[in-house]
Design a protein around this ligand. Structure first.
Ligand SMILES: Cc1cc2nc3c(=O)[nH]c(=O)nc-3n(C[C@H](O)[C@H](O)[C@H](O)COP(=O)(O)O)c2cc1C
Length: 207
């Protein structure tokens, strides 16, 4: 079982998503034999944004790409290979301005590519995800509470967006573990971390 951990918090010290992910992986590894884990840290080392050349290369058939086009897509190819390698995706994605961190968006722009992670049939105008046979687990802390049923739930473009995007590339089995707070209310923060930890430990044994 191959797990790709992708972290997008800009923090290393004090990051809730990173700390809970580390705890999850430890229990997950103990619960499964033959595990292989890789880590992609887009919070600390963000991928480059797509450029005009990158875009041109993306829509040029592989065998017709120039050397500069191949070079422009090289990092994207590495990220896609890594994504396709994994059976399990553990995503540490804090809410930044009601959405995913911009570094994580840059990552998505690099991996959601036609004929690599999705295909398009112009005759039927339909899309098909190509990154199949995977499960995704999203750990998503926030300073407020955006869980469905709260006053702010309509402002959540973080895990709601990610769910749609992962489905688009063929990943249907998605578990979201939110870690909400009530804006710096430490007691609530600690209680929500404990709740998330319990949920993650449940998931770890048969995920
Ligand atoms: C640039 C930035 C934007 C943020 N925007 C929001 C936001 O829109 N809503 C929210 O509830 N929290 C927001 N936060 C708070 C983080 O979601 C929260 O601190 C979370 O715990 C960060 O994840 P981490 O602990 O893994 O670093 C923001 C934090 C940063 C750094």
């Amino acid at each position: 079982m191959k797990l790709l951990e992708i972290q997008s918090s800009v923090r290393q010290e004090g990051s809730i998503s990173r700390a809970l992910s580390a705890e999850f992986i430890q229990v997950w590894q103990m619960s499964h034999s033959n595990t292989d884990c890789k880590m992609r840290d887009v919070g600390i080392n963000p991928p480059a944004h797509p450029t005009a050349l990158w875009t041109q290369a993306n829509y040029t058939p592989q065998e017709m790409r120039s050397l500069s086009m191949i070079a422009a897509l090289a990092d994207s190819e590495t990220l896609i290979e890594e994504l396709l390698w994994a059976d399990r995706l553990l995503l540490g994605v804090p809410m930044y301005n009601f959405s995913v961190p911009s570094t994580f968006k840059a990552y998505l722009d690099n991996v959601v590519r036609i004929n690599r992670t999705f295909s398009f049939d112009p005759t039927t105008y339909t899309f098909k995800g190509l990154a199949t046979s995977k499960k995704a687990l999203i750990i998503t802390p926030s300073a407020g509470n955006f869980v469905v049923g709260t006053d702010l739930d309509h402002m959540n473009f973080c895990d709601t967006y990610l769910r749609s995007l992962l489905k688009f590339i063929g990943i249907d089995d998605i578990t979201v573990v939110p870690v909400p707070d009530q804006f710096m209310a430490d007691e609530i923060r600690q209680a929500e971390i404990a709740k998330a930890r319990t949920r993650l430990m449940e998931v770890a044994t048969d995920w």
